[in-house]
Ligand binder design. Structure first.
Ligand code: ATP
Ligand code: MG
Length: 399
């Protein structure tokens, strides 16, 4: 085990270029902070999200390793090693302290919080999540699915081991700044938290039960549920299910759990479900993705092509045409007067939190001050920490 002093020294070195920090989120396994580089006036020049993970023995033992790194880190490097999609959240650096069962990752900062916050805000204000944004979430998550399956959106990589995320849910999708060339009115959804990711390949020695391990209750596909016997198979269809469920709950403004099933066993939107108010195409796609039988779900590749075709030729579907328009133009670009009361319907308002503002007040790192003792500090910090409130509705934690 490295001496605590050594750990502290390396941690300080990693952070030497940052002057400010604030906490973003803390869970059972670690915490996420934002580090900020500032100029001499305290104005923020850049931000990076630092995810510090401290695992217990059980989680460390079950964790997979990818390219010699904890899967959380190795999986992200693999996905960003291509030029066909900017949807993977960028990882800029990392440190592993195996003897302490700790690692740190430095990630592209996503300034618009996560989909769990989006859901909470929409529930609180009783506002529907805008449908074009839901398509953007769908498209981005499907793109990540294709990358996990093939390594590249255009030319499949060979050799490539399929990655299965296993913990897809609302709070594991963060919102990065909008892109100019796709859905420019909306923040860009990026799947993250690859802490439970696993590889699929012929001859994998891990027993199927182990391969199905991980994830979050209420978000796993039925074949991965501990009650399912025998468990498995572990395929990308499990991720397709969880992506479908993410959109399903955003449509229904519900908090997780399996979809409503009709008497014939097929997923449905009930008469009184808010999901009924979305376009028939979106409802249909989502219903197919959350089929109980894994073999009946569409693949990420199929969905990728389907979405591309839908936007290329929305045909006479009014909804698809409207979504296509919103997928390529900012609302402000429209050459017509839009009453203010209508504008908000198509916007997601971003987290109104000081630390997300450019000229924010933030805590400053004191270079001369010694960081707290690492081992004690963790428990101490969690004790003191006011976890950024997830409000009255409680999100489910990963196992
Ligand atoms: N790069 C980032 N930019 C902005 N926010 C982030 C970033 N990374 C993580 N967060 C925030 O921190 C939360 C927790 O991060 P993450 O899911 O990676 O860790 P975790 O330990 O798995 O947490 P949990 O067990 O609660 O899912 C995210 O849901 C998100 O709100
Ligand atoms: Mg998470």
């Amino acid at each position: 085990m490295p001496p605590v002093e050594e750990v502290k020294r390396r941690q300080r070195k990693d952070l030497h270029e940052y002057q400010g920090y604030d906490y973003l989120d803390a869970g059972g396994q670690g915490m996420v902070s934002v580090y900020m580089e500032t100029d001499e006036h305290g104005k923020i020049l850049s931000r990076v999200a630092a995810k510090d993970i401290y695992l217990d023995e059980r989680h460390w033992k079950h964790m997979e390793w990818i390219d010699g790194l904890p899967a959380d880190i190795g999986g992200m490097y693999r996905l960003q090693n291509q030029t066909t999609s900017v949807k993977p959240l960028r990882i800029e650096g990392h440190d592993v302290f195996a003897e302490l069962r700790m690692y740190e990752m430095r990630l592209e900062f996503a300034p618009h919080a996560d989909l769990w916050d989006t859901l909470k805000r929409c529930r609180a204000t009783k506002v529907r999540v805008p449908e074009p944004f839901l398509w953007y979430v769908q498209k981005s998550m499907v793109e990540t699915g294709v990358l996990m399956g093939e390594g590249d959106l255009v030319t499949s990589k060979t050799p490539w081991r399929i990655l299965v995320h296993k913990d897809i849910k609302l709070d594991n999708v963060v919102l990065a700044p909008p892109l100019d060339n796709e859905f420019p009115s909306y923040p860009t959804p990026k799947v993250m938290d690859f802490g439970h990711v696993g590889e699929i390949y012929a001859g994998n020695p891990r027993p199927m039960v182990d391969q199905c391990w991980g994830g979050t209750h209420g978000w796993r596909a039925p074949e991965r549920d501990p009650a399912y016997n025998p468990r498995g198979p572990m395929t990308q269809a499990s991720d397709v299910y969880s992506v479908g469920l993410t959109i399903y709950h955003l449509m229904n403004l519900s908090l997780g759990g399996p979809p409503r099933l009709a008497q014939d066993g097929n997923p449905v939107f009930g008469d009184s479900d808010p999901g009924r108010l979305f376009s028939p195409t979106l409802q249909e796609v989502v219903r197919c993705m959350v089929q109980t039988d894994y073999a009946s779900r569409p693949t990420f590749n199929y969905l990728h092509q389907f979405i591309a075709a839908l936007f290329a030729t929305p045909a006479d579907q009014v909804d698809a045409m409207r979504i296509k328009a919103l997928a390529t133009h900012r609302l402000e670009d429209a050459e017509r007067w839009i009453p203010d009361s209508e504008l908000w319907r198509f916007e997601l308002d971003y987290r109104q939190d000081m630390k997300y503002r450019l000229d924010t007040v933030c805590r400053f790192l004191e270079p001369e001050e010694e960081p707290e003792d690492v081992t004690e500090g963790v428990a101490g910090q969690f004790g003191k920490l006011k976890v950024a409130g997830k409000g009255k509705v409680k999100k489910a934690a990963s196992v």
